[in-house]
Design a binder for this molecule. Structure first.
Ligand SMILES: Nc1ncnc2c1ncn2[C@@H]1O[C@H](COP(=O)(O)OP(=O)(O)OP(=O)(O)O)[C@@H](O)[C@H]1O
Length: 675
């Protein structure tokens, strides 16, 4: 807190001049450069005056004094945090075991540990991204963490931070500002924020580059930028340096160091940091087999290990040494380290608590200001909080309409830049329509080729269905990962995403079957009657939509490989009951129900009815005798009685509606699974 005890949450720029970045105005904080008012728990993006300032310059005495002063601003303390993963009723895995530790503002913390030790799980639990199976005491400034409030003021950048590949850097940040900043923020202010972030993360030159073309380091930096839009005071990073060379890793950790020096809590999982990288970290947290061996300042780490009998050889990288020690789970000496760490954090916590640290308590509800929250009792603080609560995501910042519009624009931009989903799809529909036209050239009105025409219709159904289902499966996984992250961060509601997704895909659902119908219908010589043409086209549209939604449901519920396997597996059996291979009246009574639910039945019936029902006159005959010259006879033999095109449309609409509901449900399920 500021020395004068004012309400200001002080952040400094890298020039290390203490600079009040925010000034509370009627419950809001005003950014002194951009003059934007936002709620007090979310300070604004940092100044971009950091470029060219060496890290060494930022790590000077003055900074460390200021840092000492700020350290009391935020203190994330956790103790007895357990995470039990339940695979099924009988199989459970204890992943975190009474984890204890602390992160402080102004200090950069490295989380070290061997692979599989539980580092990611710890971050997931602390950041609130993993709720089910997590129990323990997690306190912010000495008071139990309010998970919704905490999620609003913190951000978690996982190792595989998902972003849409086909948006540019600028567009990605634009969506973030549009959805994360309060609705009152003007475009000019958002532009300023974006420019500041780009400048700070050294991404200005890549602002118009598509995300898919960014280098690994740029991608990581952009992921930081996306979360920096609201300038969260607490940030968690899971292996931000993975896959980067030593120079890029140093650059990223330097950014994190700077973010920490600006007064934030920054905790980051790193794998085998070099000695040079280690110097950037203030605090270290060592995880071994789900337990914490050490949590505290880097300077005291080796001494603590030494106390338990682990002597680090001279000239040895401390990170390598603690990694070696923590990898040997069987070493009985580790239990002393674990015990000492637990004692340190549990007793430290009790002492602070018993002192009735009102200042800390006040910071809980609004960590950036000294609120007058009454001191809490030891009992409150030590009570175990189950994190399996319902409301764990922050509320959205902008109206549903605004969310919808931003998402619609993003989804449309991203979809129509995709080769697979648009250009290739359109080209394939045209090519296949021409192929159909050539193979089945002018057979539609020939009574001698009625059965061949039925095969042509069958082919149309297959192509329209799978041609729309498959691209939807392929495009789902990446979008779903982005959706889960953004939804859990409170960017938008499920309904906004759902509506935007459905509407942005509609034009393609319209264009592809239309192209196919127009070309194939004429080339194959189907009846030149407007009514029949429209009925035929309508059936193709509905079939394409069923394919699309089927793809969306499978793609969002399962991994891509599984989706690609499931769509044909689930739908091809329905083909047997379509009435094409075996007539419906020949199907055993107990299987008739499958004919009633097979959407292929209604599609094929609808298409054939559009061509042959409704009193179509007799067909021409190119041979001496044509068995199916009378359209009615053909329909009768196929078991299609009556002019029931409307009934077919109705059945397909019910299918589409059911799939739309299922898609909504699958989004909800993905969220549930992610928690
Ligand atoms: N959903 C899960 N189901 C079963 N086991 C899990 C699950 N998530 C994590 N684990 C197990 O918990 C342990 C810790 O996993 P975690 O990903 O947290 O480790 P880590 O330290 O981050 O590893 P790495 O450094 O390799 O990423 C591992 O043994 C892992 O197999």
């Amino acid at each position: 807190m500021p020395a004068d005890g004012s309400d200001e949450f002080q952040l400094t720029n890298s020039s290390n001049k203490p600079k009040p970045m925010t000034t509370p105005v009627n419950g809001t904080i005003k950014h002194q450069q951009t003059n934007i008012a936002i709620p007090t728990h979310q300070p604004l993006p940092p100044h971009a005056s950091t470029n060219g300032v060496s890290l060494a310059a930022s790590v000077n005495l003055k900074a460390s004094q200021q840092q000492q002063q700020r350290q009391s601003d935020l203190r994330l303390h956790f103790s007895n945090v357990n995470y039990v993963h339940k695979q099924c009723k009988s199989i459970t895995t204890q992943i975190l075991n009474d984890a204890c530790g602390e992160f402080k503002s102004g200090r950069l913390t490295a989380i070290l540990g061997p692979s599989g030790a539980g580092k990611t799980s710890l971050l997931n639990a602390l950041s609130g991204f993993k709720a089910s199976g997590v129990t323990g005491n997690i306190e912010l400034n000495g008071k139990p963490r309010n998970i919704v409030e905490f999620r609003r003021m913190s951000s978690y950048i996982p190792q595989n931070f998902a972003m849409l590949d086909l948006l540019t850097v600028q567009e990605t940040l634009r969506v973030s500002t549009d959805l994360k900043l309060p609705a009152e923020t003007t475009i000019k202010e958002k532009d300023k924020i974006i420019s500041n972030i780009l400048e700070m993360l050294n991404l200005t030159h890549s602002r118009n580059t598509l995300v898919q073309n960014l280098s690994g380091g740029e991608y990581k930096r952009l992921s930081i930028g996306v979360e920096m839009v609201t300038n969260p005071p607490i940030m968690f990073f899971d292996e931000p340096t993975s896959g980067l060379d030593s120079v890029a890793s140093y650059q990223i950790i330097s950014y994190l160091h700077k973010l920490a020096r600006d007064g934030r809590v920054i905790a980051c999982v790193v794998h085998q940091p070099s000695s040079r990288l280690m110097k950037l970290f203030d605090d270290i947290l060592v995880v071994s087999n789900g337990c914490i061996l050490y949590s505290g300042p880097q300077e005291g780490m080796l001494a603590e290990f030494q106390k338990s009998g682990f002597e680090c050889p001279q000239y040895y990288n401390p990170a390598d040494y603690v990694l070696e020690v923590s990898s040997d789970f069987t070493n009985p000496l580790l239990s002393k380290l674990i015990h000492d760490n637990r004692m340190k954090h549990n007793s430290g916590f009790k002492t602070a608590n018993n002192n009735g640290n009102a200042e800390s308590a006040a910071l809980l509800t609004n960590p950036l200001s000294k609120a007058s929250t009454p001191p809490h009792t030891t009992v409150d603080m030590l009570s175990t909080i189950s994190l399996e609560t319902e409301g764990i995501r922050p509320k959205e910042r902008v109206s549903v309409w605004r969310q919808f519009m931003v998402l619609l624009k993003r989804s449309t931009t991203s979809t129509y830049r995709n080769m697979l989903s648009v250009r290739l799809r359109i080209i394939m529909h045209i090519a296949v329509a021409i192929l159909l036209g050539i193979v089945f050239w002018q057979i539609g009105n020939d009574g001698a080729k009625t059965l061949t025409n039925a095969s042509c219709i069958f082919f149309v159904v297959m192509f329209v269905f799978f041609g729309n289902a498959m691209p939807s499966i392929f495009l789902c996984p990446q979008e779903c990962a982005v959706f889960i992250r953004e939804y859990l961060n409170g960017w938008y509601s499920i309904k906004s995403y759902y509506l935007a997704k459905i509407i942005s895909d509609l034009p393609l659902q319209f264009v592809c079957p239309t192209l196919l119908t127009c070309i194939a219908y004429f080339m194959t010589g189907q009846p030149m009657e407007l009514g029949r043409g429209v009925m035929f086209w309508g059936m193709c549209l509905l079939t394409g939509m069923i394919g699309h939604f089927m793809g969306l449901v499978c793609g969002s519920l399962f991994q891509m490989q599984m989706g690609v396997f499931l769509v044909p597996c689930l739908t091809i059996p329905l083909l047997i009951f379509s009435g094409f291979f075996i007539r419906i009246f020949e199907v055993a009574a107990y299987l008739k129900i499958l004919c009633d639910i097979s959407f292929f039945r209604y599609t094929i019936e609808g298409l054939l009815r559009s061509l042959y029902a409704y009193d179509r006159p007799d067909l021409e005959c190119s041979l001496e005798f044509c068995y199916y010259r009378h359209p009615k006879k053909f329909l009768k033999d196929f078991g299609m009685f009556g002019d029931l095109y409307g009934q077919d449309v109705m059945a397909l609409c019910i299918w589409i509606l059911a799939l739309m509901i299922l898609f909504l449900f699958s989004l909800w399920l993905r969220i549930k699974k992610a928690l």
